[in-house]
Design a protein around this ligand. Structure first.
Ligand code: SAH
Length: 393
């Protein structure tokens, strides 16, 4: 029987995970991301973890490491902070997501990088390995204990070019540098204003923007003059940014907590089938995500609740509500007609989602002229202009 020592077991776990991540026709990782993955072992950043759906913590020690390797080196995220699944405050993310985000950053040796949301410090370590000793990584963490643990983890990985900063990364801390790359690893409602001054021209900022229709969208934004323009956008899921950047008014609440509902519920005027919403609650977001994210961009009157959504016409006191496989009209048909017009446009445009649009992020104080036809999503610090790139052929 072949008996492997601990280092060999770790290497075998890393290689097996890489094979999994690159298997089944998935794109190959770049050589620098691959090398960093092997040089900065994920298990050094997990001293305790909780699997989703489990209440108890697993503690990882030197002697018990071998038992935890299959869990740590598997394509899945693990909670490292926070007591239950509804309120997971920190994770070590899915390896595929971490490595994909690293690839999309197009890092080069010597670059200056800012990360917001250190968590375990694994991603900071990977970033540091890729930018090498001439580069630096500043990583901001809001939970002091996590920041302290991450510092230790970074030391264990023998990396010297990472600076872990305690604080709220949505605020301008004492950043003195201009960064070539900025990466958020928590979902945000806004793009903080200070970053317009802190990212070098043509630099890349990865923002995880919380989509009002549900889900998060990973935006890879390129700095161009005083704006950021998206190069790619894709759905993802991250824990929410906390601190000053957390804007509860943009979170979905329950229909019951929507003030006009108390009166409207007694004013039904029509009802028809709406099949895409006719699904189990846990599948609901996934099944309607493309439509909801499109509506969230093109129609400011949309209201998104935890398990349903609707178009609310305040002036005419009319609501079109999509819930449990039905579209119901309350207080009049105006909102339903407006929603129907969007549904028609959506079908004609080929069922697009937010993912298929381009976004230009500008300071909220900018007044933009000459902007292509599109839609504006306003936040306190940033206006997001969404549009479709016109096909050239
Ligand atoms: N970089 C980690 C992700 C950690 S999860 C990884 O890829 O594995 C997100 C982290 O962001 C958590 O540790 C959470 O505490 C932290 N966080 C949340 N809000 C923050 C804020 N305003 N400033 C800095 N860190 C924040």
């Amino acid at each position: 029987m072949l008996i492997l020592d601990q280092d060999e077991l770790v290497r075998a776990s890393q290689v097996a995970l890489l094979a999994d991540l690159e298997g089944f026709g998935r794109p190959k990782l770049s050589s620098s991301v691959r090398r960093a993955f092997l040089e900065v072992p994920r298990h050094l950043f997990v001293s305790r973890y909780r699997e989703y759906g489990h209440a108890e913590w697993s503690f990882v020690g030197d002697k018990s490491l071998w038992r935890h390797l299959p869990t740590i080196y598997r394509e899945g995220g693990l909670a490292i902070w926070g007591s239950n699944d509804e309120d997971v405050a920190a994770t070590i993310s899915h390896p595929s997501v971490v490595l994909l985000m690293l690839s999309l950053l197009h890092l080069k040796p010597g670059m200056q990088v800012l990360e917001i949301g250190t968590g375990s410090g694994w991603n900071a370590g990977l970033l540091a390995s890729i930018v090498g000793p001439q580069g630096t990584v500043d990583s901001v963490e809001i939970v002091p204990q996590l920041a302290a643990d991450a510092r230790q983890n970074i030391q264990r990985a023998r990396l010297t070019n990472v600076n872990i900063v305690d604080g709220d990364g949505s605020l301008a801390l004492d950043h003195t540098r201009t960064y070539d790359r900025v990466i958020f690893t928590a979902g945000c409602h806004d793009l903080p204003a200070f970053l317009y001054d802190r990212v070098s021209d043509r630099g890349i900022l990865q923002l995880v923007l919380k989509c009002p229709g549900g889900g998060d969208i990973l935006l890879v934004l390129r700095k161009s003059d005083d704006a950021f323009i998206s190069e790619t956008a894709q759905f993802t899921q991250f824990v929410s940014l906390r601190g000053k950047g957390y804007l509860p008014e943009f979170e979905a609440g329950s229909l019951e907590s929507f003030a006009p509902w108390a009166e409207l519920r007694h004013l039904p005027v029509g009802r028809r089938a709406f099949y895409s919403s006719r699904t189990e609650p846990h599948n609901y977001i996934g099944k309607t995500l493309a439509l909801r994210s499109y509506l969230a961009v093109v129609e400011p009157r949309m209201q998104f609740f935890t398990d349903c959504f609707g178009l609310w016409d305040t002036r005419r006191k009319s609501l079109a509500l999509v819930r449990d496989g039905t579209l119901s009209s309350f207080g009049g048909m105006r909102a339903t007609s407006a929603l129907d017009a969007h549904l028609q446009q959506w079908a004609i445009a080929g069922f697009p989602s937010m993912e298929t649009m381009t976004v230009r992020a500008c300071r909220a104080t900018t007044t933009t002229t000459n902007f292509p036809e599109g839609w504006t999503m306003r936040r306190p610090d940033t206006n997001f202009f969404w549009y479709f790139d016109t096909p050239t052929r």
